[in-house]
Each structure stands twice: as C-alpha cells, then as structure tokens.
Design a binder for this molecule. Sequence first.
Ligand code: SF4
Length: 380
Amino acid sequence: MSRNILKENLPFAGNGLYVHVPFCLSKCDYCGFYSVVPGPSTVDNYLAHLAKEAQERLGAQELSFETVFIGGGNPTSIGLDNLKRLVDIVTTCLPNPALLQEWTFESNPETLTAEILDFFASLPAIRLSMGIQRLHDHELSILGRRARIDSVYRALDLAFSRIQNVSGDFIMGVPGCPSLADDLHHLVTKYPFKHVSAYFLTVEEDTPMQRAINGGLLPDPADVDASELYEVRDVLAAAGFEHYEISNHARSGFRCRHNLNYWEPCNYTGLGPSAVTTTDDIRLSNVADLERWLTGEIPAIEHLSPVDRRNEYLMLRLRLLIDGLDIANLERHFGAQGDEFYMTLGEHIDSGNLLRHENQVRLSDQGLQIADEVMASLFI
Ligand code: SF4
C-alpha cells in the first residue's frame, strides 16, 4: 500500500493528539520501551520527519484536537531549542491552539531546566507529567534511573514555581523496597500535585533487572504484596485525591483529559515512532524503530473486529473506578449481551468483586486486586 492510498483512504481523526519522542539519555534497568540516546543529527532527522508525518496525516484536515500529549522516552532530553521546534510542528496541526483543553509534556527531573519550564509555562493549558518513580537514591539506583533525589527536588521546586498543573509518576512493588505510601504522603504534603500516577513495576524481558532477578540478586516483583496499592490509595485519598482509574489519582477537576479520551474510548492520533492511531475500527501502529520510521515505513494496520472493540471497551471502562461500565452504553454500542455475560456479572457481584448501582458496574476494593481476572472473565 502506498503512503498516498494510506492518506486518502483512512480518516485521521480524534480528540487527542499524541507525539512520541523516542529519546532517553540512558536506559532504566527495567525498561523495554524503544528509545535511543539523542544526538544532534538524530534529533534533527526526527523533527524533520515528524513535520512530514504531521503534514501528510493531518495537513489537509480541519481537526480540532482537545488535548495534546508529548510523551516518551524523555521529551526534555532533546533540549530547549528542539522542544521549541517540536511545539512549532505540533501547533501547525492545530487550527486554534488557544482552544486546547490540555497540553501535557512528560519529563524526567534531571533534564528539566528553568528555561524549559518557562517555555512550557507559555503554552496553553500546560500540564507537566514528571517521571519521579521513587524518593530515595538507593531505590532510584535499583531501578537504574538516571536522576538522584537532589535533582528530583531541584526540578520539583522549579516546576511548582512556574506550572500549576503538575502530575507525578511513581512505581510501586520495587524489589527489596518498602511501600511507597509514607514517602508519597510527605511529598504531596510538601508540593501541590494535582495528579499522581502509581503503577506496579513491570520488568521487561532481556533487561538488566530481569537478569538480576533471574540470577537471584533481586527478589521477584511478581511476589510483592498488593497491599501497597491500598496504602498508596489511602494516603492520597487522605490528601484529597480521587482514585479515578486503577493507576491514577487526581484532585477534583484534574483528571488527565488526554488519557480519559483513551479510556472513554474515543479516536486519537499518534505521531512519531511506535505511536498508535485509532479511528473507529482501524488501528495504525507506527514502527517502534527510529531508523525504520525515518525511512517512511508504512504503519501496521489492524482492523478491529466488533468483538475486539467490545472487549477493549469493557476493559477500559472497568479501569475507571468511579465512573465504571454503564451496561446500557455497552449494549447501545455493541448490542444485547448474552446470558453468559449476565451470569458471570452476577457471580462477580455476589462474590463482591463488582459493585452495581442501576446500570453502572465498577470494581470493588476486593475486585481491584484481581482486576485482570474479572475483566477477562467478561470477555467474549
Ligand atoms: S523508563 Fe522512561 S526514561 Fe527510563 S529508559 Fe524507559 S522510556 Fe526512558
């Protein structure tokens, strides 16, 4: 399929625009994401091709994105001048950037400078998502993170003096480390975070951490106590955060709009290596390799079947712990659900994994621990 056919036949639409910046200064010990170390010509080539991809996919269309999310990798690893070029490329795709409801930049603390933050603060509806992960040097070192705690606090001081809407990403279940809860309590008491994401550690295959676990040098994170999830939730709830999604907590009015768009789910457009675009039942996945993406390799095209879309909808809705799954909406989108669905649903309600109020079904505290199992049992 030629690129022109791809452009003409597939509508690129959606409420959210994601741009993937595939650069990190070094590799964290657990991470399997594709990233490369930024060099001057690599970043130049990336930005030139990003402008081309944005023009080809979005240029002729009047899209009014509500949110922009610049993720990575570590976007601020490319430096201020390149970030300005990236923002220019993105704003040419936006008919009216002033109408954006949210513009998120991800960043790791060690590459955040006062100048970059001043620039971010000039963007409309700016939201900063900081990859903090842990709050002690030895814990950051177990994860192979580049930042040390002094640079984390330096970046937090710089960020909170310029940007109001700041989110922090954290990792739970780090082998050999205590619960994150106490440290998080101190941090959200000291800094006015609007949003916190807390994920259990996932160790990818063929990474230094996986090898250390296999060699018995680190405990297996699969054996960690799930109580850390509830301890973190309780600390954040006491500080005024709502646990609105399995891994996400927000103060009122500060849920991540861009991610809510994925969870609704709605259409979205992705640019850059490994970025994904979904338009109704068509999903395009850009190749997760900078060199191949630079040659213009055509994205992988997946046609989502009604069953795929129904299962994904159900899974994403059940991740939303407050809004949950509306069964009337499920049937409106995907037709009447069979006896087996209602039987399994009833069993989960009886055993306390799911709570039901009229048409709305959501995970209980008990169900949260086995969320994947509950969701899979409702798939067809
Ligand atoms: S965890 Fe994030 S910062 Fe670390 S290597 Fe992976 S993408 Fe880069």
